[in-house]
Write a protein that binds this ligand. Structure first.
Ligand SMILES: *Cc1c(COP(=O)(O)O)cnc(C)c1O
Length: 359
């Protein structure tokens, strides 16, 4: 067996220990005589798995009791519709457009009501996060939506934006569990799990209880937060196996020191990479320093052919999936929790060698 360093933005690397445990339990989970994949979601053995997964996630993220955790399907993209369908009461919502996913969320919300873009960084290809102040938010807006970490452009909100007393909704798909967050500052946090928590197929929603029950009449039952909360995410069959893996990942993170330790490791890994890029004559980071993501590090040589050569040679050296998003080109190294420091060190060593060879 040989494993490469996989810098994919998602689905992405999972901790080796977690994969090993999946393998060990594949045919017979905990004496049940079956795989988790084969279990009824209503069986006592699976009920214990989903309950423990939620308990560990709450512990890891320090989620207060007045928030519900929902394990859903459809990816973060389905939440682009679910958010307005559940939270638009007056029919108005304000959006910060800081990248491609937040733009998609904004467009989706426009189908259901008066969605307004109150700030955008599109003027500079989303290389920064626009400043948000409470006076920018409409008085009668039901919520303000942000994408906390912009996976494609490699930027992140440097702090929780101040939206006054408005409900803050955040897409945290590519930064959830990468560092501690104060959940109480948010009304809703949602994330596709395939970036930093689990295989694809699971979407996690954290929602403050008082925000339940305001969905539009025509909101599909599968998109109703209230319905899903009342049924403990089991209105229908949940993504059982992905939830089980997420549970193992949460245990791994807790065992490794929780989110404070994840943050420390992630900061160190990102610094290794950014410090080298900043000192390099060949490579240039594309995001403004103040807003750089710890999870997705975007960089270019300035020459599209050379970028291509870099990705090809890196792939051959066991450094995989470094090509930037198809919409922006260049390179992107996604270094989520499961990427070991050694992977980033190997990447930096390879970049140095490439720079020397291509000076
Ligand atoms: C990947 C990603 C999405 C899309 O997620 P899907 O689960 O594929 O729908 C949305 N927002 C952000 C920030 C992402 O990183």
């Amino acid at each position: 067996m040989s494993r490469i360093y996989n810098f994919s933005a998602g689905p992405s690397m999972l901790p080796v220990e977690v994969l090993e445990q999946c393998a060990a339990e594949m045919l017979d989970y905990n004496g049940s005589g079956m795989s988790v994949m084969e279990m009824s979601h209503r069986s006592p053995v699976y009920d214990a798995i989903i309950k423990e997964t939620e308990a560990d996630f709450r512990k890891l993220m320090n989620i207060p009791d007045n928030y519900k955790v929902l394990f859903l399907q459809g990816g973060a993209s389905t939440q682009f519709a679910a958010v307005p369908l559940n939270l638009m009461k007056t029919g108005k919502a304000d959006y910060v457009v800081s990248g491609q996913f937040s733009k998609k969320a904004f467009k989706e919300a426009q189908k259901y009501g008066d969605a307004k873009c109150i700030a955008s960084s599109e003027d500079r290809t989303f290389a920064y996060i626009p400043e948000i102040t409470p006076d920018m938010v409409r008085e009668d807006a039901d919520y303000v939506h942000v994408c906390y970490n912009n996976t494609i452009f490699g930027t992140k909100f440097p702090q929780v934006p101040n939206v006054g007393d408005k409900v803050l909704v955040a897409d945290m798909s590519s930064c959830i569990t990468s560092e501690p967050v104060d959940v109480t500052k948010f009304g809703v946090i949602y994330a596709g799990a395939q970036k930093n928590m689990a295989p694809a197929g699971l979407t996690v929603v954290i929602i403050r209880e008082d925000l339940l029950g305001t969905e539009k009449e025509f909101t599909p039952v599968m998109l109703s937060y209230k319905e899903m909360a009342e049924n403990d995410s089991m209105y229908n069959t949940p993504p059982c196996y992905a939830i089980y893996v997420a549970g193992l990942v949460y245990k791994w993170a807790l065992k490794n020191g929780g989110l404070e330790e994840m943050k420390k490791r992630n900061e160190e890994k990102a610094a290794l990479l950014y410090d080298y890029i900043d000192s390099s004559k060949l490579f240039k980071a594309t995001a403004d320093k103040k807003y750089r993501s710890m999870m997705n590090v975007c960089f270019v040589t300035g020459d599209a052919d050379l970028d291509k050569k870099f990705c090809k040679e890196a792939e051959a050296a066991g450094l995989s999936n470094l090509k930037g998003h198809r919409s922006v080109g260049g390179m992107r190294a996604s270094i989520y929790n499961a990427m070991p420091r050694e992977g980033v060190e190997a990447l930096v060593a390879f970049m140095k060698k490439f720079e020397a060879e291509n000076a």
